[in-house]
Design a protein around this ligand. Structure first.
Ligand code: PMP
Length: 406
């Protein structure tokens, strides 16, 4: 305990962990904090759906019908039609015959990646005799989300990291691994949350086919955003394969809470029966499942919402261009502006906040040392004036010559 108190007092004085923002309303994308209106460039509520009247009305109806919680594992008899309907719709969004719902995106990655390689072992306990025994090895992009890294670690399977989006490196690792007789599982974020890059899905699918691998794609930041219907990276590249397990979250563009993996029916059933994070815990509250069905309706009916997000993304990039900053990637609504030094980055974030603009300062361990960045996350609800204001503060900061990366 002594250690923990020491750590707590050290953290309280560490600028990186200094909490500047407790809101009294939800960012849509503006929020109230101590009576002041602040514009958020850090919310994952990309399409401003979290307090959309249709989601709120659907949740209210759900509350009246089901109450506030599910209070039982779905595997053990706590299943509801509304969850099944949500899974059917999420499967359809991803061109898959089924999907499995988890309480969060984080638990989806932990739950699927830790257990999928042990499915045969678990089934053997119940008398299953496999025709062939598979030993698996994970191949994971170095910048994958922490829940992926932890899920892989928990699996106990062999694991290799490949350099960010470096297909040559992945290929050489797969080639080396082919000799040890393992079945490869390639794992990649669809959109990388700290970089804003899109994974090269067609190249990943080609490698997966060549090496007989499964491919697991985390579309947390792509679902609802990429592709003409918000289907994610597969729709963006028009690249589908029976081999892809498509993971997504419901806490970002879809405005609520939950996570899912869209797969073919057989695989879904195996996940339901073997993943502890599905079978030994509860799903998101049923009213949220009802709200999410409304979110999926809006995704289909209001493509202009997604269009506004992309228009805002382009407008921000255009306005930033003359200022001389480096935006690490301009492929997605995640626009990380490279600052370099962690303390300068933190100072900039605080200055922006004083001007009523909330932006996350991302530094080690979330970004490599020396590559601290201000991560601007664009939103369908931003107005031109709000973007202009944020850019004008960035212009003032650039004027001090502090933008240069060492
Ligand atoms: N994957 C990625 C790439 C993420 O960015 C996040 C959330 N930051 C998650 C998974 C976890 O999702 P959730 O917040 O729904 O648990």
């Amino acid at each position: 305990m002594h250690d923990l108190s020491d750590i707590a007092s050290w953290l309280r004085h560490h600028p990186v962990y200094h909490d500047t923002s407790v809101h009294s309303t939800l960012p849509d994308p503006t929020f109230l904090a101590q009576g002041e209106t602040v514009v958020s460039f850090s919310t994952n509520n990309y399409l401003a759906l979290a307090n959309h009247p249709r989601l709120v009305a659907a949740a209210k109806q759900g509350l009246e019908r089901y109450g506030v919680g599910n209070c039982e594992s779905r595997l053990l008899g706590g299943d509801l039609e509304v969850y099944r309907e949500l899974e059917r719709r999420l499967g359809a969004l991803k061109h898959k015959s089924d999907a499995v719902l988890f309480v969060t995106g984080y638990m989806t990655n932990i739950g699927v990646l830790s257990s999928i390689v042990k499915a045969a072992t678990l089934a053997r306990l119940h008398g299953f005799r496999p025709k062939k025994r598979h030993k698996y090895a994970y191949y994971s992009d170095e910048f994958n989300h922490i829940s992926i890294r932890e899920g892989i670690q928990m699996s106990g399977a062999l694991r290799y990291n490949y350099r960010h989006c470096d297909m040559d490196h992945l290929e050489s690792l797969l080639q080396a691994g082919a000799a040890d007789g393992t079945t490869p599982i390639i794992v990649s974020d669809g959109v990388f949350s700290m970089e804003g890059t899109i994974a090269p899905l067609p190249a990943l699918v080609a490698l997966a086919e060549r090496f007989g691998a499964l491919l697991y794609v985390d579309d947390a930041h792509a679902t609802g955003i990429l592709g003409a219907h918000g289907g994610g990276t597969s729709e963006h590249f028009d690249c589908y394969s029976a081999n892809i397990m498509q993971m997504g979250t419901l806490s970002k563009a879809l405005g609520s809470i939950g996570g899912f993996v869209a797969v073919e029916k057989d695989v879904a059933d195996v996940i339901r029966l073997t993943s502890s994070a599905y079978g030994f815990t509860c799903p998101p509250p049923p009213d949220q499942a009802a709200a999410l069905l409304a979110a999926l309706d809006i995704l289909e009916e209001e493509p202009e919402r997604r269009q506004r997000l992309w228009d805002n993304q382009r407008y921000f990039i255009e306005r930033m261009q003359p200022l001389g900053y480096t935006i690490i990637s301009t492929q997605t609504p995640i626009l990380p502006v490279l600052i370099g030094d962690a303390e300068t980055c933190q100072r900039h974030a605080m200055e922006l906040r004083r001007e009523g603009v909330h932006v996350d300062s991302i530094q080690f361990p979330a970004a490599p040392v020396g590559q601290a960045r201000l991560r601007f996350m664009m939103n369908a609800g931003h107005t031109g004036a709000q973007i202009d204001h944020a850019v004008s503060v960035m212009a003032r900061l650039a004027g001090r010559g502090e933008r240069l990366v060492a």
